[in-house]
Write a protein that binds this ligand. Structure first.
Ligand code: SF4
Length: 497
């Protein structure tokens, strides 16, 4: 079913203290040139969404070509691999696995050949009923080669294609799969993009000089010198014309409430991408400004945790200065960009040293100062603890931590590797207890309502599952956001609490 080879060096998840995006998807249809190279460049632009495998599938009007390999885009393809992918339509994928194995069997795009043609599928998201569908399809004789949910979608689509065209098949499959998905699909030489009915994961459509492109983020359109047309709407399918001259839109499902993942704006997406109508960089600055207004403290300096906290810190500092606070924005931590995620840290002692290898304080901006340290989130709390200690060792008089999102209290089931409930520091600790654990003089998170206001959305239109424990899709054993009314888990904790 799939080609490619490789053994795929995979990071030890126990050593990471960051949420990880699952995947990025691309689809391209061009008038008169091969699609593989634009797909390849677009995948580079989406590399932050997945680093374990990369793949491209194209169609030349007669047959499908594919190359799927473990590793980063730059390692997965050489010039000859890209050249060999003939055809003016193609889809691509970068993957970080949160469902299924960490090996080649789950690398994407997933391909299926059947009597009436070929199918390629790229998926960002996570189904909540994949096991049930897999059992049903296996009972009907479908043979599975992986344990991933993408293969379940591919088999269901292939089955529905026996009774109709691609739009019909996608609609039928959407009626059966539940959970989060943005897909790019290639049936023979036609490329289609679709977003789940609640629009959890992003997907945009863009126009090139000689064709159209679908991508997880608009940064992938920018890299192709294209123009962002718009977001694909929740429940909408966009079918690109095979000759690259246009596209057809079909609203396949309608829902009242969307469930956009708010963490895309907070952490996952590139700051230069526009998602659901908002530039991510602006959204992060807004969140930073809201953080100042909710829990600002007038310290000597405000500094970001690089790079994730930078836009938050600049929005926070601007809002502080607008209120005549004397706080100065400064870079107080320097990042070593060459410490990659494959860094080997076999012992706890070495894992603790990892922060020292990645970040080093700039003593002159820290020594003798009261410092506000801004970041986007706290997952396990290990990084924050070490950073507070680093700043104190560098002579900080006091260290106040401000977080541009609410506490992460529950896991994500929809395509983000967020750690388990047991590993999340906020799952069973109050803000005061977390402050004590990380050793800060004060700690504050942004409230859920402030997040919704800063993103120009109402709470009901966002997925906030990981910060409220109330999910937009039915997950066994968990509450849904339709039947629970809990207060926002937020608050400010100071040293004398
Ligand atoms: S649970 Fe959190 S990370 Fe997962 S989709 Fe919802 S908001 Fe995003």
């Amino acid at each position: 079913m799939q080609t490619g080879h490789g053994d795929g060096a995979t990071p030890d998840r126990a050593t990471t203290d960051e949420p990880r995006e699952k995947c990025g998807v691309v689809g391209v249809s061009l008038a008169d040139r091969d699609a593989a190279r634009p797909v390849y460049y677009a995948l580079y632009a989406l590399q932050h969404r997945g680093q374990d495998s990369a793949g491209i599938v194209t169609h030349d009007g007669f047959q499908q070509h594919d190359h799927v390999e473990m590793g980063l885009v730059g390692d997965a393809f050489d010039e000859a691999d890209v050249e060999a992918l003939a055809g003016s339509t193609g889809i691509g994928h970068v993957r970080y696995p949160t469902a299924g194995s960490v090996d080649q069997s789950c690398a994407q795009p997933f391909t299926v050949s059947f009597n009436s043609g070929s199918l390629g599928l790229s998926h960002n998201g996570n189904l909540v009923n994949a096991d049930e569908l897999r059992d049903e399809l296996a009972g009907l004789g479908h043979a599975f080669t992986s344990d991933g949910d993408t293969e379940v979608i591919a088999h269901d689509l292939a089955r529905n294609l026996l009774d109709g065209d691609l739009l019909h098949a996608v609609r039928e499959t959407m009626g059966r799969i539940h959970g989060s998905y943005s897909l790019t699909v290639m049936h023979d030489d036609r490329v289609l993009g679709v977003r789940d009915p609640r629009g959890n994961r992003p997907l945009v459509v863009g126009e090139l000089d000689d064709g159209y492109v679908l991508a997880s983020e608009s940064a992938a359109i920018d890299v192709l010198d294209g123009d962002l047309v718009r977001d694909v709407r929740p429940g909408e399918a966009i079918l690109l014309d095979a000759d690259g001259t246009g596209y057809e839109s079909r609203q396949l499902f309608e829902v009242d409430d969307t469930a956009h993942c708010f963490f895309e704006h907070v952490y996952f997406a590139r700051p230069d991408s526009v998602i659901d109508g908002t530039l991510v960089y602006d959204a992060r600055r807004e969140l930073g400004g809201a953080l100042w207004r909710e829990s600002g403290i007038d310290t000597d300096v405000v500094m970001p945790v690089p790079d994730s906290g930078r836009a938050f810190a600049s929005g926070y500092a601007d809002a502080a200065q607008a209120d005549d606070a004397s706080v100065e924005f400064a870079e107080g931590l320097m990042k070593n960009r060459y410490v990659g995620r494959t860094f080997i840290m076999p012992t706890q002692d070495e894992r603790e040293r990892a922060v020292r290898l990645k970040l080093n304080p700039i003593r002159s901006t820290v020594e003798g100062k009261s410092v506000t340290l801004i970041d986007d989130s706290i997952v396990r709390g290990t990084t924050s603890t070490q950073l507070v200690e680093l700043l104190r060792d560098a002579g900080a008089e006091s260290v106040h931590v401000r977080i541009g999102a609410p506490p992460i209290v529950a896991p994500c089931y929809f395509g983000i590797d967020m750690a388990t409930r047991e590993e999340l520091i906020a799952a069973d600790k109050t803000t005061a207890e977390i402050r004590e654990t990380v050793g800060a003089d004060s700690l504050a998170y942004l409230s859920v309502d402030a997040v919704a206001a800063a993103l120009d959305e109402v709470r009901e239109d966002l997925c906030l599952g990981c910060v409220t424990g109330e999910y937009p899709y039915d997950v066994a054993g968990e509450a849904t956001d339709r039947d629970v009314d809990r207060p926002s888990p937020t608050g400010l904790a100071e040293a004398d609490d």
